[in-house]
Design a protein around this ligand. Structure first.
Ligand SMILES: [Zn+2]
Length: 75
């Protein structure tokens, strides 16, 4: 049962937006934004996503805009 705690990795995450060639965050890229919201449509925090502070700011703006445009659900 308590297997999950045993396999906890401590590898440092790399920000996927810094890492990718096209690091732009756009509110129309809904399929990308979906990775950064949880099942209750809340924006995941930085510890879970591994996104850097700079991109997290841009990301949260993009998600909020996408919600306004009804691309993403808002709870
Ligand atoms: Zn980044």
């Amino acid at each position: 049962m308590a297997m999950r705690s045993m396999f906890r990795r401590r590898r440092k995450k790399v920000c996927s937006f810094c890492h990718s060639k096209d690091g732009s965050i756009d509110y129309r890229k809904v399929n990308i934004l979906y990775h950064y919201i949880d099942t209750r449509a809340r924006i995941k925090n930085r510890r879970r996503t591994g996104v850097c502070a700079k991109h997290q700011r841009v990301l949260s703006k993009a998600i909020k805009r996408a919600r306004e445009m009804a691309f993403l659900p808002c709870k």
